[in-house]
Design a protein around this ligand. Sequence first.
Ligand code: H79
Length: 584
Amino acid sequence: MNRLFVIFLAALLFVSCQPKPAQQPEKSAEQLAQDEKMEWWREARFGMFIHWGLYADPAGEWKGERVNGISEWIMARAEIPVKEYEKLAKNFNPEKYDAEAWVKLAKYAGMKYIVITSKHHDGFAMFHSKASKYNIVDATPFNRDPLKELAEECKKQGIRLGFYYSQAQDWHEPGGTYWNIEQGKPHWDPDLKREPLMNYINGKAVPQVKEILENYGGLDILWWDTPRGMTEEAAKALQAVTNDYPNLITNNRLYRPWPGDFQTPEQHVPPTGLDYDWEVCMTMNTSWGYKWYDENWKSTEELIKMLVDIASKGGNLLLNVGPTATGEFPKASIERLKEMGHWMQQNGESIYGTSASPFFKLPWGRCTTKKEKGITKLYLHVFDWPKDGLLKVPGLEGKVRDIYLLANPKQHFAWKFEEGDLHVHAPSVIFDEINTVIVVKIRGDINVVSNKPRLKEGSILLPADFADIYNPGYGEHAVLKGSGSESVIANWVDKRARLEWIFDAEPGKYRMEALMWSAEKAELAVKLGEQKVDIEIDSTGEDYELVNLGQIEIGESGEKSISLQSAGNTAGNKQLMYLELIKL
Ligand code: H79
């Protein structure tokens, strides 16, 4: 007995002396509270932005002329005097507005929250406000509060709600800011006598923010915008109002550089994840507000892939709809939302509550992941279904238990491990033309050996589909077409569009070459760490050519990044280029 007891004690001691697995540093009480507040938002992944205001009536056209740019900016772009713009309210009567239908469609699309403009830069409140008569109930024949109706429907149908509020820019008020106020430019309307910012902040913005936070059943999100011309004093006055609502989630646009609860990449998807909560806001065409001739619609396929891409990097997508002055969603938006909904009904599990991809790059698509009860699930989002019958998951190690089709779990796939990769047998039938989701169910944890480019047989290959593309928010976007050896970066036009590759390097001197096509003579700025080289290249003629980009030297081994940007010519002309790969 005694001996047994001693052995038992010894065993106990042995177990308790084992080194503990590496632990995350303890979270502070503040971080835990933040996690709790953000929990629903992080799970949601997909929301609807709605830009609706008086600008839906002119819809991008003023006095018979088309006005360039985003439609909600028409007052500034066409320099419409305040009194004249105000007249739009007299005719604003969106009788076809149906909050129930809007919410129903958002839910069908798979969206978990809605953020709607309560007041945009034009200063017109889309809710009943005592602080300013310039609102939809007091100034239009509509005589309803559409945001009250929306808030009630959201409660009823169980979806979260946030309001957008333009706190700084208010083109209607003598104290409000406007686009180029920081450059010392006057407001375009000389009849708007200027007043100090704080008159507007204390007289309208603060009272209105109190109204929206108080009167709409408890908002989940307050979405600030364009802190242009803001002061710390003004920001503090507004923040004091939101401080009374500890569960309210706000973005990072109240005041620069205040972080808020989440970051807001606008009109572009960041190339990699950010170590902070973030939400991409994105239009389906070009304009946020309704613009009748804006036909630049993204396809459903692009939108689904965008949502997946964002989820694979750990972010949310806030996808915009710009309703008309009659109160309806444009047909093109409805179509896309329905089609996205169709995909989400079958594949939503691979989006909600998932974490970012554990892989460096996947040539055929994206990955999201979830861990529950000792099971790791990898959701493989296959954009390009393999033609050779094998889906290769690079560098994956783990105890695979099952692989099946998310949209039909009875459809199982055979697999084997080969040369460090997981090979999934992929039949020739394509299950989903846009994005087939395959679930890899794994016991316990996984390990991934990175497929980051490195020196192999004397060179480092940086293919187009391994590039991170940094596009400007407003401007021409370089895009990746195709995958693997057929991938190419197309429409590389804007000088601000930057391509970047991350790789592991050994010390040495490298010759740099690019397989590319350029319409004209072009200048390229190449950057590797601190080294910067400007290179002039000739037009490549009809076909792709291996273009010499000169020499670079790498002093120490380790992770490096190389970036390419068009340096433009002195005239600032755009240069059209296509690029297949970089070879070092
Ligand atoms: O509400 C949407 C936009 O109206 C607002 N934010 C999103 C969510 C926004 N305000 N400013 N911007 C976005 C960015 C500025 C865009 C500009 Fe322009 C393009 C500035 C100069 C060119 C449009 C045209 C605005 C001024 C001139």
